[in-house]
Design a protein around this ligand. Structure first.
Ligand SMILES: *[C@@H]1O[C@H](CO)[C@@H](O)[C@H](O)[C@H]1NC(C)=O
Ligand SMILES: *[C@@H]1O[C@H](CO)[C@@H](O)[C@H](O)[C@H]1NC(C)=O
Ligand SMILES: *[C@@H]1O[C@H](CO)[C@@H](O)[C@H](O)[C@H]1NC(C)=O
Ligand SMILES: *[C@@H]1O[C@H](CO)[C@@H](O)[C@H](O)[C@H]1NC(C)=O
Ligand SMILES: *[C@@H]1O[C@H](CO)[C@@H](O)[C@H](O)[C@H]1NC(C)=O
Ligand SMILES: *[C@@H]1O[C@H](CO)[C@@H](O)[C@H](O)[C@H]1NC(C)=O
Ligand SMILES: *[C@@H]1O[C@H](CO)[C@@H](O)[C@H](O)[C@H]1NC(C)=O
Length: 468
């Protein structure tokens, strides 16, 4: 039973701490477009000469089919249907008002010839390829300036056959940064659902400079140890919903980014209003949910809830470093279950690389209002590595109702941070030992608070309407 707080006290509390209020509204993106638009026209990839034998290269067939579907963009759009079969292809580019549908048993296979993945310009917020100076290989499925794009199916598969790329990376044979499986740039109204993504050469799904992105019910797999095979990386994007996914990859399951160092700072395109819920998975050499370390355009208003993380190096991490500038602010993470995780919560600033020597070491990141609530963990080595930067304390780090079974002593390793805690076991480190103020709008977003207030109002009204 929730403790009842007199309305007056709530209102007084609001007035006293009214300076800080934050709200996260990402859930509205989750509600829209979940079923996808139905398209009045549909063609099959086989009508364009594609052969699903796993050997024939079908890049031309995909390009021709999509070129043909251009004529339907102002007529409600069209669907490109990929039936069961193994469809080998190089990179191809989507158009607006298109649904790419992969039927049960349909597998799109990425070509193992790097020449089938053309070179595109580096992203302005990175100033160069993420791993090598210069351009980058275009993703297998690519889009630019699009609206209303749906990539879905009946659990069809998009397999990047990434092992050739991982070997080129390991043996230093790459000439350009590795490609993604799906990258959409400057696009809005994107739905990716009901599919399986395997063996991406690099990060699997990369929406960058996008808005209204909904990723729902996808499976993303890459072997442990495969380099940089992040699952989903929303980058300088707003209004993003990621839900009901199973992800097991070599590196981060989901990583929110916004460019790096002087390039990210001057491009100034934040990632904000992001809602992530019901994600299951693990990553042995990385962190399940990551913020940064590329965060120079800023990251804010992020709500994560319902994580089930196992066999991972880190559960949730906030990563940054001097030179990044930018900010990570107003992040609320709740309902997390972890098993077999080395470090449950990490907030740190020691690791990460720079695009070049021209970054400003005095560009310090601003980290503020990060709340971890309702978390449990078993077989955790270290509860938290929470380390800000000397002269740049990370502020308002809140731990609320967090219970971990921890091997390390001391269980928390904290420096240069300030914050609050309540109901934390093992007991939190000294800098966070101050109790979370009652109904603190420093630690809790105001819309959660507001819903409590509504409840109070409701109770008051209920009391009022009680027969005397
Ligand atoms: C995903 O599958 C569900 C269940 O079959 C369906 O209701 C939904 O419309 C599908 N989503 C998309 C975008 O195709
Ligand atoms: C994207 O849209 C902008 C603005 O409409 C336009 O200037 C640019 O040429 C487009 N780029 C591509 C690759 O379509
Ligand atoms: C998830 O996708 C699968 C196909 O990949 C479909 O069978 C299932 O109904 C979908 N579930 C939801 C909740 O949409
Ligand atoms: C989709 O296929 C993948 C890989 O084959 C499988 O792991 C997953 O359980 C399937 N999902 C559904 C909803 O059938
Ligand atoms: C890099 O360039 C060299 C020389 O042109 C070429 O032999 C090699 O195949 C290229 N590597 C990749 C991964 O494309
Ligand atoms: C603490 O979190 C657990 C889930 O981890 C939840 O069941 C419980 O109700 C929470 N307790 C309080 C006091 O909020
Ligand atoms: C805390 O972490 C730092 C950096 O990882 C490490 O050097 C230090 O030894 C740790 N302190 C304790 C008490 O474990």
């Amino acid at each position: 039973m929730k403790k009842s707080i007199p309305l007056l006290e709530v209102l007084l509390g609001l007035a006293l701490i009214g300076e800080v209020t934050w709200a996260i509204d990402g859930s509205s993106v989750c509600q829209q477009s979940i079923s996808g638009a139905s398209r009045p026209h549909s063609v099959r990839i086989t009508e364009f000469g594609a052969v699903g034998d796993g050997v024939t290269l079908n890049t031309k067939a995909f390009q021709n089919a999509i070129f043909y579907l251009h004529s339907f963009t102002d007529k409600g759009g069209a669907q490109l249907f990929v039936p069961a079969g193994r469809w080998l292809t190089g990179s191809f580019t989507l158009i607006s008002h298109l649904t790419l549908f992969l039927d049960k048993g349909a597998v799109i296979l990425g070509s193992k010839d790097s020449a089938d993945w053309p070179i595109v310009d580096p992203l302005p917020s990175y100033g160069r390829g993420r791993e090598l100076p210069g351009g980058r290989h275009q993703s297998l499925i690519y889009g630019y300036n699009l609206t209303d794009v749906i990539i879905t199916g009946d659990n069809g598969t998009i397999d990047g056959q990434g092992s050739v790329w991982w070997d080129w990376f390991t043996n230093h044979n790459l000439n350009y940064t590795r490609p993604h499986l799906v990258e959409l740039m400057h696009s809005t109204g994107v739905v990716i659902a009901n599919l399986t993504f395997l063996n991406s050469p690099f990060w699997a799904i990369h929406p960058v400079y996008c808005s209204q992105v909904h990723v729902h019910n996808v499976t993303i797999l890459a072997p442990h140890g495969s380099p940089n095979t992040d699952g989903i990386d929303p980058d300088s994007s707003t209004d993003v919903c990621i839900e009901d996914c199973y992800i097991s990859t070599g590196t981060d399951l989901i990583s929110i980014k916004s460019g790096w160092d002087e390039y990210g700072i001057s491009y100034a395109r934040p990632s904000s209003n992001i809602f992530i819920r019901r994600i299951t998975g693990g990553t042995q050499s990385s962190s399940a949910i990551t913020f940064g370390s590329e965060m120079s355009g800023g990251i804010s208003e992020v709500h994560v809830e319902g994580l089930h993380i196992f066999n991972s190096k880190i559960g949730v991490s906030i990563q940054t470093l001097p030179g990044r500038g930018g900010y990570i602010e107003n992040v609320y993470i709740s309902d997390v279950i972890m098993t077999d995780v080395e470090v449950a919560i990490a907030v740190f600033s020691q690791y990460g690389d720079h695009p070049d020597e021209n970054y400003d070491p005095n560009a310090l990141p601003f980290i503020n209002r990060i709340t971890f609530k309702d978390m449990t963990g078993k077989k955790i080595r270290l509860a938290g590595l929470l380390q800000g930067i000397e002269g740049d304390n990370f502020l308002n780090i809140c731990l609320s109702n967090v219970t971990f079974t921890v091997i390390s002593d001391p269980p928390w390793n904290c420096s240069y941070i300030q914050g609050y805690s309540i109901l934390v076991s093992p007991e939190s480190c000294e800098p966070l030992r101050e109790r979370i103020p009652k109904d603190s709008s420093v630690c809790y977003p105001s819309n959660l608070f507001k819903s409590e207030l509504l409840e109070q109002n409701h109770m008051v009204n209920a009391v009022k309407s009680m027969p005397m």
